[in-house]
Design a protein around this ligand. Sequence first.
Ligand SMILES: Nc1ncnc2c1ncn2[C@@H]1O[C@H](COP(=O)(O)OP(=O)(O)O)[C@@H](O)[C@H]1O
Ligand SMILES: [Mg+2]
Length: 228
Amino acid sequence: MALLEFAALKKRYGPAGEVEVLRGVDLSVEQGEFVAIFGPSGSGKSTLLNVAAGLDTNYEGSAKLCGHELRAMTDRARTELRRTTVGLVFQMFHLVPDWTVEANVALPSLFGPLEKDTAERVRSALDRVGMKDYAKRRPTELSGGQRQRVAVARALFAAPPLMLCDEPTGALDNETGASVLAVFKRVHEETKSAFVVVTHDERVAKMAGRVITLGEGRVARDERKTEG
Ligand SMILES: Nc1ncnc2c1ncn2[C@@H]1O[C@H](COP(=O)(O)OP(=O)(O)O)[C@@H](O)[C@H]1O
Ligand SMILES: [Mg+2]
């Protein structure tokens, strides 16, 4: 079963649905893939990730996460599916500034049953991104690259099979962006989580096993690299 499967996915905005942003996207993502998604600004990349994460269910066509049609689920079931299967990383980190790093990383635990091993999961996630010595700091005391690594640790908290990342290096300088991408590469190799990374960063195309370009509301190109 595909982790993510879109079939004839359409999305319109506006009171009368007059702005047709996605016009029939067919795309599936399998376990362990590393997919880069390119496309001009306004081509619907963030919209696509929002649908994939079950944050926007006002779509036509089909959007399945782990085999579940997202629109057809109850809010509660969809929230739980998201919490256990998807890690989200955004351009602007979206950390809670007044909370410690460890509290930020454990944030997903607030939306589900309390897990006994929260502290261990936090340590392990921070270790994966090279931030274990910063557990007691606050985001305001960290650089942009360190903040993004904490955001990646939060996304990894539930050990999700799918990471959805929206322009994760868009707010970082070149060198800092490279260090965040190195974390992605290592996490991908170690955890076998699938990554779907929306980006304008050509370095992501080099790392990815598959490069998709959105255009005219559809998948305009879908290139898979051959091994070796
Ligand atoms: N909530 C919204 N209401 C109306 N239009 C929107 C909304 N969100 C996005 N759009 C429009 O949909 C198009 C695609 O947006 P988006 O998915 O953010 O593109 P991208 O991430 O590729 O830049 C843009 O034209 C944008 O203005
Ligand atoms: Mg966007």
